[in-house]
Design a protein around this ligand. Structure first.
Ligand code: NDP
Length: 330
């Protein structure tokens, strides 16, 4: 079996030389363990942080395999309740086969939804959108909502949930094709390409009367623009700040933070692993929307298995994806 290891810590944008492909023996499962063959693995922006020496999530070690969300098929089981052929979600991505305690894996419900969805719209990124919008931003009737990174995994669901709950929703993304997808396929009221001009100006044009909630996936210029547009008592869910993930030097923060005082704004960060207690509510509500077709989910699936994973991750950081970025194993 093969796995991807961290060869060195990236300085700025990750390079192929930061990754290393290695051959390993995968042990047979002992009692209480299962062996799983990867079918899909997730690449996620937060993995960039884990490649640094410090991150909010457990950091990757040089010379050791990377890890992260994956789905796979049980090929051997020493654990009660798990049998070959079962499909599970687990955290041992970046490898072709993995042996793990069965309680580190969750069985995927049998049903009409493709298994890859449990890494995206019905998995970690979906829960992030749900919790960020409803609990962290405290969405309430009448809110006008702005979502950045809106064509990505988290942003596309956050915007659709707000639409399904009756809100006016504005999205930003990095290409004309993505902007068209937001409006034509996902039902956003307005969308703009942040590469077309200053974010503040484009946001004011899309929401001339201002906004109440900002779901921030991007940070930087987007956050500053949102602070200018937020109404008194507006709320920001600080979910991510991808515009700075590859920066070698810290960039200056929003220059208008003082407006948070007079406008009584709330800017609240969150990490989804603290909110697993919401998984049941999320799976019921969003699961029903996915089943009915009210929530649409795009996936950008890269074929080629383990060897294709580093490039897929690097491409994700450059915006090559629409919806959830995944690597498919043969
Ligand atoms: P996405 O599917 O949104 O993929 C990342 C996207 O970021 C790209 O498609 C690209 O789209 C955009 N991007 C890249 N560089 C820039 C830039 N300089 N400015 C603006 N946009 C940029 O990933 P996810 O949905 O998985 O993650 C979205 C955000 O949510 C990230 O910030 C991530 O770190 C965060 N997150 C936070 C969690 C938490 O617990 N707090 C959990 C999961 C995710 P484009 O073409 O539009 O530029």
């Amino acid at each position: 079996s093969r796995e991807i290891r961290l060869a060195s810590r990236p300085q700025g944008e990750p390079q192929p030389s930061n990754f290393e492909l290695a051959e390993v023996d995968v042990p047979d499962p002992a009692e209480g363990e299962i062996a799983v063959r990867t079918t899909f693995m997730s690449v996620d922006p937060y993995m960039r942080g884990r490649m640094n020496e410090k991150s909010y999530a457990q950091v990757f070690e040089i010379g050791k395999p990377l890890f992260g969300g994956a789905v796979g098929e049980v090929v051997a089981s020493g654990a009660e309740g798990f049998a070959p052929g079962d499909v599970v979600v687990h955290q041992q991505g970046w490898r072709e086969y993995a042996t793990m305690p069965a309680n580190h894996a969750r069985k995927v419900p049998a049903g009409g939804v493709p298994e890859s969805a449990y890494l995206g719209v019905l998995g970690m990124t979906g829960l992030t959108a749900y919790v960020g919008l409803l609990d962290i931003a405290g969405l309430k009737d009448g809110d006008v909502v702005f979502v950045s990174g809106a064509a990505g995994a988290v942003g596309s669901l956050a915007g659709q949930i707000a639409k399904l709950k009756g809100h006016t929703v504005i999205g930003s993304a990095g290409s004309a094709e993505k902007v068209a997808h937001l409006v034509d396929d996902l039902g956003f009221d307005h969308a703009f390409n942040y590469n077309d001009g200053p974010v503040g100006k484009q946001l004011r044009a899309a929401a001339p009367d201002g906004i109440d909630v900002y779901f921030d996936n991007v940070g930087g210029e987007h956050l500053e623009a949102a602070i200018f547009s937020l109404h008194p008592f507006g709320r920001v869910a600080l979910c991510g700040a991808i515009s700075g993930y590859n920066a070698k030097e810290l960039e200056p923060g929003p220059r208008n933070l003082h407006l948070c005082v007079g406008n009584r704004l709330t800017l609240r960060g969150f990490i989804i692993s603290d909110h697993q207690d919401r998984f049941g509510d999320f799976a019921r509500e969003v699961g029903a929307w996915v089943a009915s077709g009210d929530v649409k989910f795009r996936e950008t699936i890269v074929d080629g298995g383990i060897e294709a994973a580093p490039q897929a991750f690097m491409d994700l950081l450059r915006g090559a994806n629409v919806g959830k970025m995944l690597v498919r194993f043969g």
